[in-house]
Design a protein around this ligand. Structure first.
Ligand code: AMP
Length: 177
């Protein structure tokens, strides 16, 4: 099964992604994690990625597509995956070759997400309030059209992300069956 998780930062994508991965026995992959690893490289490319993610901007589509498709070509992803953080733009959705069975949208209001994030220890360099606000704006501008894209294809699963973690996992599992 090929699943993608869509939602603003603080919507619970990585929490649900990891839980679903265990329950469904499908590997979980986060593009944010991949980019944070690449940002550690002391190369021009590494520095460029670091600056981009710390500002809350998106990595250009062609590079993102190239990196994601390279990862998904690995043997462990051949029977499916749970992608967190991709596709994030209409172009990424349109050009993504590997395919998606269901797109799960975890809907959480901006206010609730900011509240949850302000409660969390800042562990990452890209989690300054300014970068988080920027990412939420980027979501509304670039990722909302991705929801429409999957909706039109009958693949969108809308989930109220403001329920308990357990309830959300249960609901998704029920609706996938
Ligand atoms: P995340 O952990 O998903 O919030 O991702 C952290 C950062 O990585 C984002 O703010 C972007 O700079 C970059 N990133 C992650 N996924 C994508 C994507 N699909 N397209 C472009 N940039 C991305």
């Amino acid at each position: 099964m090929k699943l993608v998780l869509i939602g603003i930062q603080g919507s619970g994508k990585s929490t649900q992604g990891n839980l679903l991965s265990k329950k469904l026995n499908i590997p979980y992959l986060s593009t944010g994690h991949i980019f944070r690893e690449l940002a550690k490289e002391k190369t021009q490319n590494g520095r460029y990625i670091k600056e981009t993610i710390n500002a809350g901007f998106l990595i250009p589509d062609h590079r993102t597509l190239e990196i994601v498709e390279e990862y998904l070509a690995k043997p462990q992803y051949q029977n499916g995956y749970i992608l967190d953080g991709f596709p994030r733009t209409l172009r990424q959705a349109e050009e993504f070759k590997d395919g998606v069975d269901r797109a799960i949208f975890l809907d959480v209001s901006d206010k609730e997400a900011l509240w949850r994030l302000s409660d969390r220890e800042q562990e990452r360099e890209d989690e300054t309030l300014q970068a988080i606000r920027k990412r939420i704006d980027v979501f509304h501008e670039h990722t909302k059209p991705v929801l429409e894209y999957y909706k039109e294809r009958g693949k969108l699963m809308y989930v109220n992300g403001e329920q308990t973690i357990e309830k959300i996992t249960k609901e998704i599992l029920e609706r996938l069956n």
